[in-house]
Design a protein around this ligand. Structure first.
Ligand code: HEC
Length: 139
């Protein structure tokens, strides 16, 4: 009979684990970002981005190399034409990769998708009591 209490405690811990997991995964599945699908052209852009190893110099969502700027919000902050100028010509510090029209188009589409799915630096986030982050509601 004395063993009942430890068993109850163990069951409580196991139950708490499942409730906690459910809360976390339920939260992640319902964020705006998780539901947004990415267009095939943007996926192609990702392939071009990987092929030319853009991440060696640039960051996306703050991760990557540090020779060039973070590209997460280039489209909304500086515009498509501005980004396209760099993709087509390079600059003194960025090489010209001689990309063709399709590759440039795909890269712009990928940068748009990245832009719409995050911001860098990540400000305006609330941390919930169970450890996930949530974008602050716009006032
Ligand atoms: C050798 C390092 C290097 C590589 C590789 C590189 N870039 Fe850059 N990129 C730079 C630098 C440095 C700048 C800033 C240039 C300047 O201001 O003159 C830049 C600027 C840019 C900009 C303008 C961003 C802004 O906010 O000003 C875009 C867009 C861009 N690069 C996209 C790309 C893409 C896409 C690739 C891959 C095809 C790539 N870069 C590969 C170094 C690189």
């Amino acid at each position: 009979m004395k063993m009942i209490l430890p068993i109850k405690i163990l069951l409580f811990i196991i139950l708490a684990y499942f409730v906690y997991s459910f809360a976390i995964y339920n939260q992640v599945m319902h964020t705006e970002v998780a539901r947004k699908s990415i267009s095939p052209l943007a996926v192609k852009g990702k392939d071009v981005f990987q092929k030319f190893n853009c991440i060696s110099c640039h960051q996306i969502y703050g991760l990557g190399g540090y020779i060039g700027p973070d590209l997460t919000n280039t489209i909304s902050e500086k515009g498509e034409a501005y980004a396209e100028a760099f993709l087509r010509n390079g600059s003194l510090r960025m090489p010209n990769f001689n990309l063709n029209d399709t590759q440039v188009e795909a890269l712009i589409e990928m940068l748009k998708a990245v832009d719409s799915s995050g911001s860098f630096p990540a400000k305006d986030f609330d941390v919930s009591w169970y450890g996930t982050i949530q974008k602050k509601e716009k006032e």
